[in-house]
Design a protein around this ligand. Structure first.
Ligand code: AMP
Length: 182
């Protein structure tokens, strides 16, 4: 369980970087959390306790920091890990879903055989942070197209004023560890 004490420790460890990657963005940098010998494992162990009885077949992580959390959690749960990558990064047959950016659009992709031979795979979707929700909603579309059932979408950080988690919650169970103002 994420106690108030643990949440405060996690929050204190996440660094805020102003104007990165461009002016006006307050970037939430989790590198001081994932290089912490105690807090990173506390985070993963606590997520494991939340999901260990959910009958999850795969943890699906969104590029790039979702890979770090997702792969560690998949290992802890003893299940496989599946990456959702930005356009053009996966080598085999892919499906793709577009989402809007402030200017233009981007897309995310998955391998068509990501869930091996498992039909209606039960998956947990994970990323470090949800802001507008564009990336996570497109990821959810990919999961649906591969007939996977998303049991929950999990985020370490929710930038709640941007409303992405609320949009996700209309479609799927959601969980966020830390709530942040923008
Ligand atoms: P969005 O699609 O708007 O929900 O953006 C979520 C994705 O962008 C996640 O993969 C995050 O890692 C990244 N991201 C967006 N805003 C921030 C931020 N302020 N700090 C760190 N990462 C961010």
């Amino acid at each position: 369980m994420f106690t108030q004490k643990l949440k405060a420790q996690l929050q204190e460890t996440i660094r805020e970087v102003k104007d990165y990657p461009r002016s006006g963005i307050l970037f939430r940098d989790i590198t001081p959390l994932i290089n912490h010998p105690v807090l990173f494992s506390r985070l993963i162990d606590t997520l494991k306790l939340r999901y260990q009885h959910h009958s999850i077949d795969f943890v699906v992580g969104i590029e790039a920091r979702g890979f770090i959390l997702g792969a560690a959690l998949a290992y802890a749960l003893g299940v496989g890990f599946v990456p959702i990558r930005k356009k053009g990064k996966l080598p085999f047959k892919t499906i793709s879903a577009q989402y809007q950016l402030e200017y233009g659009s981007d897309s995310v992709e998955m391998h068509t055989d990501a869930f091996r031979e498992i039909k209606d795979a039960h998956v947990l979707l994970i990323d470090d942070l949800i802001a507008t929700g564009g990336t996570a909603l497109a990821s959810l579309e990919l999961l649906a197209r591969l007939q996977a059932k998303c049991l929950e979408a999990c985020f370490l950080i929710n930038l709640q004023e941007l409303g992405g988690l609320d949009k996700m919650a209309e479609k799927v169970n959601t969980f966020s560890v830390l709530e942040y103002p923008c």
